[in-house]
Design a binder for this molecule. Sequence first.
Ligand code: ATP
Ligand code: MG
Length: 419
Amino acid sequence: MAINAIKGMNDILPGDVETWQFLETAARRVFGTYGFAEIRTPVVEKTDLFCRSIGETTDIVEKEMYTFNDKSDNSLTLRPEGTAPVMRAFIQNRLHTLDPVNKLYYMGPMFRYERPQKGRYRQFHQIGAEVIGVESPLIDAQVLAMLHHYFCEIGIDAVQLQVNSLGCPECRPGYRQALTLFLESRLTSLCTDCQRRYKTNPLRVLDCKVPGCKEATKEAPSVLQHLCVSCEDHFSAVKENLTALDIPFAVNARMVRGLDYYVRTTFELVTDQLGSQNAVAAGGRYDGLVESLDGPALPGIGFAIGVERLVLMKVSAKISAPRPDIFLASVGQEATEKAFVLMSQLQRAGVRAEMDYQGKSLKAQMRRANRLQARYALILGEQELQTGLADLKDMDQSSQQQIKLGDLVGLMEGSGSSA
Ligand code: ATP
Ligand code: MG
């Protein structure tokens, strides 16, 4: 029996991959403008890294990680997200000694053992960015402005930016207590998961997708009412800065994030186009994270964009594969050899040239030229070889022009879409 890919893990095929490349190129361009540099970390890390950073009682660590022992019995995990590995690399390579402010971005596959469905996969891809070393609320707004800029650049506007503040180690315990008390009074209306969560991680109950839990927590106390003065000031400044930059946003006091390291500003970009997989990007501040991983006490903030969800939103404006600039058809062995050399010269000159390698009939060759939507076609036969002249067919205009074979590369160079 043929071997198929693992459930929830997808191939990205030609025809689709162009959209991915477009999204990646735009990220490099936009993030570069804001002074971000790319960082690439391994796909596998020690399991401990994720347990300590994301939190033992989160969905990711409790049930979604691909964890295995290697042959030396080390517990390893396929990265479920990008922030913890980037912080690990930041600490290990002492990047803070090079510059007090580090702006980094990454892109690549992440792995979570979730139930596969539209917009939710077991291998999925994130494009993310992190800033380490700045506590000022200016940077919160800057990061959100960059995210907003990116979405404008890729032409996706059906998203709403929602922001919240989750407080800090000073004020969150007070909120946690108030929320726990509230949940205790509604315990019987909660799902079994939440009946357990309300003790271990009560904030997560607010994030539960079960309708009964949503209903039961409608009147839950708001985290924003429990912020300490410095968190409140920080959040006010973030909102003011966003307004100053003309970045539209809505405050969503019920937004909690599925990772424990978040403090203060958290945010999501949500859409109503993807059913229940409504978050296309998410992030927030993680001021204690670097220190908790035994690094310097530096604040941080970042986001991750779900690329599959972007692609799903972008399907209407699908970016097509580039068409060949020219297709060289040939009749006879000698002409095929000549076509082969010409094709290589054209490719060297940056022209997308294509030919038939297998001695197909002229009709079949022209069919393929049409299917590939080649811009031009040139037929080489005995006569063309003898005279050194050939007809260059403009496939779009259905016209043709006689050219010297020796001029072909020069003519095509610069006229091609890839030049
Ligand atoms: P969700 O609430 O949809 O489960 P999340 O809060 O777990 O998302 P994050 O950990 O914040 O997501 O990851 C950032 C982004 O990565 C999400 O907003 C989403 O676009 C994308 N993402 C997360 N998990 C998956 C997945 N299993 N498949 C595809 N994309 C995902
Ligand atoms: Mg999730």
